[in-house]
Write a protein that binds this ligand. Structure first.
Ligand code: ADP
Ligand code: MG
Length: 260
């Protein structure tokens, strides 16, 4: 947990009485000459669920990687829970502890058991005792329904089980925000739902979530807002009902035709 002194100042980040925990303001990013994010603005409130979709290469992964500073932006500002993400940021470990991330490719450590994957960061980053870390790990292993696989290595688990282990690993750090980058796109179809179910239950418990996904059923069920990105810009942001029934942007309309 971050100390009270590190808690975000609500002044300036509070809109209509709601706490804005991520504020992205006119963010621009380049990879060399390639302008990948263009004037991206986004506010995320505590407990809000945002689904991000859009064509491949539109900047979705880059955007969410900027939020936990895995990628650096060059212009504009990103503020996460009161911490401004600058190039010389000193409290990046606070950001990494508060913002969990799950990737398409699970990224579990192959040489560690599932249990050891889950306890590694709490022991080394949060300085927890092994006993306390294991207690939390078991809680989340049960929560994602893979407790019986705790002593196996990642390669011994199915893709769906590995992704649930990866989610549990993030939860062990007790983050306030979870970022998901196409968490189900590497899975065989029959395993997609077991991962989405875990994400739905997280959402129902009030986790703040930004999810890059093309699982539109999930978006309809869980999202407060759906964002559509194209060529580095957020071109549409709507509540799901409007996004699916009556999108405004031409590109969104085209995109939705293709995936339905
Ligand atoms: P998306 O997740 O929407 O598919 P990405 O954010 O991964 O899009 O990528 C956006 C664009 O930036 C793509 O054209 C991609 O090739 C390019 N890109 C992504 N990562 C890098 C990188 N590390 N270096 C150079 N170009 C990159
Ligand atoms: Mg991507």
């Amino acid at each position: 947990m971050i100390e009270t002194k590190d808690k975000p100042e609500l002044t300036g980040s509070e809109i209509n009485g709601e706490e804005c925990i991520i504020t992205i303001d006119k963010v621009n990013k380049w990879y060399g000459d390639f302008h990948v994010l263009k004037d991206v603005d986004l506010e995320v409130f505590a407990g809000e669920k945002i689904v991000v979709c859009g064509p491949s290469g539109s900047g979705k992964s880059t955007l969410i990687r900027c939020i936990n500073h895995l990628e650096k932006h060059q212009k504009g500002s990103i503020n996460v829970m009161g911490h401004e993400l600058t190039n010389d940021i000193k409290d990046i470990s606070v950001i990494r502890q508060e913002v969990g991330m799950c990737f398409q490719s699970f990224n579990l450590f192959p040489h560690l058991s599932i249990l050891d994957n889950l306890t590694l960061a709490p022991i080394w980053v949060r300085k927890m005792s092994k006993k306390d870390a294991e207690k939390i790990a078991w809680k989340y292993l049960k929560r994602v329904n893979i407790a019986e696989h705790a002593h196996k290595f990642p390669a011994q688990l199915s893709g769906g089980q590995q992704q649930r282990a990866a989610i549990a690993r993030s939860l062990c750090m007790q983050p306030k925000i979870m970022l998901f980058d196409e968490p189900t796109s590497a899975l065989d179809p029959e395993m997609v739902n077991e991962v989405l179910d875990v994400m739905v239950s997280l959402a129902e418990e009030g986790m703040t979530m930004i999810v890059v996904t093309h699982e539109m059923g999930f978006a309809r069920r869980v999202a407060d807002h759906v964002i559509f990105m194209d060529e580095g810009r957020i071109v549409e942001r709507q509540v799901p009902e409007k996004f699916f029934k009556n999108p405004e942007n031409e590109r969104t309309i085209e995109f939705l035709k293709q995936i339905h």
